[in-house]
Design a protein around this ligand. Structure first.
Ligand code: 0X9
Ligand code: ZN
Length: 605
């Protein structure tokens, strides 16, 4: 660059800087009215008065005023508290601070200080470059030709449920820019490391536009710290700007908290979508397939607001609105134990109704659940629009927690228990929500039956012990089942003379063809299970889940045993030291003839 030109540019830069954003607040004070009514509001109309917080107009409004208003209040004995006796000085201090840390801005964490429009643009580009799931989106230009830029987070696929989130309809609400940029940053970062976020983003697309009012935002940095509207010229007036959040086509120019005066902070615009930014953002939102939710982020007041915003009537979806709103409100509140308030309409008088707002339009026209967040702080005393820098990160994280609730809600119709082993397995679910009820002690045994006779037993204590229920899967194949004392179960006659399957008992069964059976329940703890072997013949179960050597298994009671017989006729005769049986096998039952009655437990394995 030419040396001379460089000097001119620098001079210009200094000039812009010097002409800073506190000038409109020379000789102004900030007060809180301790008593308020529609009459007072009306009486204040002729004066230059700027209402601040969202809770304002209802209870104890915080106002920027000049001395003349204080005189009037004093005269009429209306109580107020002086919050800031020199507003210009306060803004200058903030501005000075930003200049001072300006030198180290690049080094410090991005969320330690408020960031300019350019810095946000750079940040978004950087993220899009680095992350495989983030793409820059272009929503067109602002009135002064600045790019309306956002990020789409998507892991691919089409028509997935989508959420649209924007900050900064209102220029002075700086924390909303930080919080929505943090959202992009944090989701992208956590996607790389956090299984839950991976699952979530596998099912939901997220669109985030941190600054939908770039002209206004820049203006609050350069010229007027408390500017609210966009910077569009108004043909019939010297006053500039439209309140973007009054310019949407849902009760546009209705009665609630609106003005048709171009000089008002609540100017509705010439018609719905007369503001370039509202029109462009609208077009983009309409192009998103399957938009389920919308979050419009504002400050300050610590509120979560659901539809409608313009009336206290409830929507047809009220129950779900309350469910989602409450969940988000709790997430915001619990993050740092800073209590937010949820409501619809005027939230039980916590604030005012508003006509022509963006989330009402999203709900009304797109069927997307449109919510407003009013981030920290609750009051001017805690910083108002200048939430202290030390609290930026906290507000961002709170907001993140609230947003996650909306993402989970959007993914809900695809969420459930995806584990086929679980009792509450949901075949329609594709995203596990951690609700699976796994009965961890549920075991099962698989038994193979040959055709014809077989003595069987199980090491499982079935959930349902009734013999006909245990054998139900193979009942049509069964000719007869007998127990040790000759009682029978005859499926063909629907006759169960045996009753329950008894732990430790073997059963004789005759099948038409070979078959298999799975028995589910809890494993019998065989080491502690004492079975009684009566003098004479018994039919005993084998209670281990692996084979064991017959000699070792019976070595403690060898002298009491005449004979052990398996289904296939092999025998073990301890007296003769003859072992034709070899191993005891799971699923088999054994006939055993005893010299006396004893109690017995399998020693192993
Ligand atoms: O007035 C607004 O546009 C919003 N408040 S702010 O202080 N950020 O200006 C609130 C609009 C939403 N109102 C309701 N949902 N009732
Ligand atoms: Zn706002």
């Amino acid at each position: 660059m030419h040396k001379f030109l460089l000097i001119v540019v620098c001079l210009l830069y200094v000039r812009v800087d010097a002409q800073h954003n506190s000038l409109p607040y020379e000789h102004t004070k900030l007060i809180r009215l301790e008593s308020f009514s529609p009459e007072i509001s009306e009486a204040l109309e002729p004066y230059e008065v700027t209402y601040l917080s969202c809770r304002s107009h209802s209870s104890f409004p915080e106002l920027i005023v000049k001395d003349e208003v204080l005189n009037w209040l004093n005269l009429n004995q209306i109580p107020y508290t002086l919050l800031e006796k020199d507003l210009k000085r306060k803004i200058d201090r903030e501005h000075q601070h930003m200049l001072e840390i300006g030198k180290q801005r690049d080094g410090a964490s991005w969320y330690h200080t408020y960031r300019t429009y350019e810095e946000v643009q750079d940040k978004l580009s950087e993220i899009a470059l680095e992350s495989s799931i983030a793409t820059l989106i272009d929503l067109g230009l602002s009135y002064e030709n600045r790019a309306l830029t956002g990020i789409k987070l998507s892991t691919g696929g089409t028509d997935k449920p989508a959420i649209f989130i924007n900050g900064c309809q209102h220029a002075r609400e700086w924390i909303t820019v930080m919080a929505s940029t943090f959202l992009v940053d944090h989701l992208v970062h956590n996607y790389n490391t956090d299984l839950f976020i991976q699952n979530l983003l596998a099912h939901v697309d997220v669109y985030i536009v941190p600054i939908v009012n770039p002209d206004g935002y820049v203006y609050t940095h350069t010229t007027d710290r408390y500017w609210r509207k966009n910077r569009q010229l108004n043909p019939a007036s010297s006053c500039v700007g439209t309140d973007l959040n009054r310019n949407w086509d849902a009760d546009w120019n209705g009665w609630e908290s609106t003005s048709t005066s171009a000089c008002s902070d609540l100017y509705v615009g010439e018609e719905a979508f007369s503001a370039v930014e509202a029109q462009n953002v609208k077009n983009y939102m309409e192009s998103i397939p399957n938009l389920k939710g919308h979050l419009d982020i504002h400050s300050y007041s610590a509120l979560v607001l659901g539809p409608w915003g313009y009336t206290n009537q409830i929507t047809p979806d009220h129950e779900e609105v309350v469910r989602l709103g409450t969940a988000m409100n709790e997430a915001l509140s619990n993050a740092y134990e800073y209590s937010y308030t949820f409501g619809t309409g005027d939230a039980d008088g916590a604030l005012y109704l508003a006509s022509g707002t963006m989330p009402d339009w999203s709900y009304d026209s797109l069927g997307a659940f449109g919510f407003t967040y009013e981030l920290r702080p609750k009051t001017w005393d805690e910083g108002g629009f200048e939430l202290p820098e030390s609290k930026i990160k906290v507000a961002c994280e709170e907001n993140y927690q609230g947003v996650l609730e909306m993402l989970v809600w959007a993914a809900e119709d695809v969420m459930g228990c995806t584990n086929p082993q679980a009792l509450n397995f949901d075949a329609h679910a594709s995203l596990d929500d951690g609700s699976c009820e796994l009965n961890v002690s549920l075991d099962s045994q698989w038994i193979v039956f040959p055709q014809g006779w077989r003595i069987f037993s199980t090491y499982i204590q079935p959930i349902q012990a009734q013999l006909d229920l245990v054998l139900a899967p193979i009942s049509t194949n069964i000719i007869i089942v007998k127990n040790a004392v000759g009682a029978a179960y005859l499926p063909e006659y629907n006759y169960n003379g045996i009753g329950d399957l008894i732990d430790g008992q073997g059963y004789q069964l005759k099948l038409k063809t070979s078959d298999t059976l799975t028995i589910s329940g809890m494993k019998i703890p065989h080491e502690n299970f004492e079975m009684v072997l009566n003098e004479g013949w018994n039919m005993m179960a084998y209670l281990c889940d692996s084979v064991s050597d017959v000699v070792t298994a019976f070595h403690l009671i060898n002298d009491q045993i005449h004979i052990v017989k398996s289904s296939d006729g092999s025998v073990y005769l301890p007296d003769f030291n003859y072992n034709g049986l070899g191993e005891l096998k799971p699923g088999e039952g054994y006939q055993i003839k005893m010299r006396s009655t004893i109690s017995f437990a399998y020693p192993f394995p």
